[in-house]
Design a protein around this ligand. Structure first.
Ligand code: GUN
Ligand code: FE
Length: 485
């Protein structure tokens, strides 16, 4: 099977079967805490984690102890210890969460020249989004992005589509077929757009209602949810934002938009909405800030704006690849986290040129170091903090941390297998760096000084800095396998 062969067919769903995953489980239950549970069995039924046994020697026995009415034939064991000759290279990690991805812009990844936000939108972005009204083009792009993100271990994504109703329904449909957990947003823009890419207020609102109805009443897939998507304040009339706000509150729907990305954008918003104290106040005044609101970027916020975001319990999608590429600025992630504001990661394709949350995490690490050079070491993000943002932080931002982000009993089993020793892997470790290769280490003591051994944390850091999709060998969403190499 090739990298693009996804297990898209949900026809052979075996949700009644008890699955027991056996191996090393790594996750980040708290900011800065890297939890490594070795020789652990995780029992999954109906997509939900039912038990977790540490120091397990017999996963089938664990399962029968959990439910004595089961017989061994009812249980399927997925054993990475058996596959891992060295027991160093393979571990389960929670599926990545991409809190901000413009799927419709994917054909443009890497194409942005020297532009900054507002000229980038006019020159590159509106033309490609408008072109996706062609459903043949749209289908090809959506399938590519869904398969690409899954192959990079992303199990949950908040997608922005375009203003087009039909293709937004298609995106929801294809997402459902793929088994990815997805929030689907029809972009709303009834102001300040080019003639070829704008809608009137009524159409914008009504097509949003239709997308919500289609997803909730026709598609009826618990993995697919609608997300109301006013593009950003300059694209939306007051009337539209008010109507969307009422819909969000009446129907309890997620919201996503952009906030405080670029200095010219901020000035433009101030000019367009003189009645508002600041950019954040526009969304607050027109009712779009809820605990299910995802705000992308938030680079140049004032203290007063951060306080409102905290009060309204909104989440922030940090998109560091995009922010560096469009020279938007450096988001002060530590400053946000210190205030108890929820932060996750977003690829922001195509202002961000990668579909990989691992690559986005590395850029978050680098941007925090650049900030540290101007401020203090306190603002540096560690590897485990970046991995937290990539998983649990994203779950918090999407208001799904009760069910996603870590391996806990009662949570969904959204996971990836990481194999640092996968074919052609870019993660190089020498066998004499690994604990337990005793024979070799004994021989070497005679000849060389003992080489330093890698800790488990070192191995995870090596994956963080050098890993890519070659290391993501299998992916599950809600206990259903959606990808394998
Ligand atoms: N602000 C308004 N629209 C967009 C967009 O498509 N991408 C980014 N990064 N910022 C925006
Ligand atoms: Fe964006």
């Amino acid at each position: 099977m090739t990298k693009s062969d996804l297990l898209f067919d949900k026809g052979n769903d075996k949700h009644a079967e008890f699955l027991v995953f056996f191996g090393t489980f790594v996750d980040t239950p708290k900011l800065g805490e890297l939890r490594i549970r070795e020789r652990t069995s995780v029992g999954v039924l109906g997509g939900i984690i039912r038990f977790i046994n540490r120091n397990s020697f017999d996963p089938i026995k664990d399962c029968l102890a959990y439910d004595s009415s089961l017989s061994p034939e009812d249980v399927t064991v997925i054993d990475t210890i058996g596959e891992d000759k060295t027991q160093h290279s393979t571990f389960y990690f929670p599926g990545f969460i991409d809190t901000h991805n413009h799927v419709s812009q994917y054909p443009n990844v890497g194409v942005f020249g020297n532009s900054t936000l507002l000229d980038w939108l006019e020159k590159y972005t509106f033309p490609i989004e408008a072109a996706l009204a062609n459903e043949n083009i749209a289908k090809e792009v959506y399938n590519k992005v869904i398969s690409k993100t899954l192959s990079h271990g992303t199990t949950t994504v908040a997608y922005y589509n375009t203003i087009d109703l039909k293709s937004t329904k298609l995106l929801a449909q294809l997402s459902s077929l793929s088994g990815q957990r997805v929030l689907v947003g029809k972009v709303c823009m009834d102001a300040n757009g080019p003639d070829y890419y704008i809608e009137d207020t009524k159409t914008s609102f009504e097509s949003t209602v239709k997308v919500v109805k289609y997803i909730r009443e026709t598609l009826c897939d618990s993995l697919i949810n609608p997300i109301v998507t006013p593009r950003f304040a300059p694209s939306c009339s007051r009337e539209l934002m008010q109507q969307l706000s009422k819909l969000v509150k009446d129907e309890d729907i997620h919201v996503q938009t952009h906030l405080s990305e670029n200095k010219e954008e901020i000035q433009w918003v101030q000019d367009l909405f003189p009645e508002c104290a600041n950019y954040t106040d526009v969304y607050d005044k027109y009712g779009l800030l809820t605990e299910k609101t995802v705000l992308a970027h938030c680079i140049h916020l004032t203290d007063a704006e951060a306080r409102v975001i905290k009060q309204r319990r909104c989440g922030i999608s940090h998109c560091p690849i995009s922010n560096s590429s469009l020279t938007s600025g450096e988001c002060r992630v530590r400053w946000l986290l210190d205030q108890g504001i929820k932060v996750g990661l977003g690829t922001d394709v195509s202002a961000g040129h990668s579909c990989s949350i691992l690559a986005t995490g590395r850029q978050a690490f680098a941007v925090s170091r650049h900030l540290a050079m101007k401020k203090t070491d306190h603002v540096k993000l560690s590897v485990s903090e970046c991995l937290f943002l990539a998983t649990m932080g994203g779950a918090q931002v999407l208001h799904m941390d009760d069910t996603l982000g870590t391996f806990e009993v009662g949570k969904q089993f959204d996971a990836q297998v990481i194999d640092t020793d996968a074919p052609d892997s870019n993660v190089d470790m020498f066998h004499w760096q690994l604990q337990g290769e005793d024979e070799m280490q004994e021989q070497m003591q005679d000849i060389y000084t003992n080489p330093p051994l890698l800790t488990k944390e070192d191995i995870i850091a090596k994956w963080f800095f050098n890993g890519d999709d070659r290391n993501t060998t299998k992916v599950w969403v809600a206990g259903h396998q959606v990808y394998q190499v």
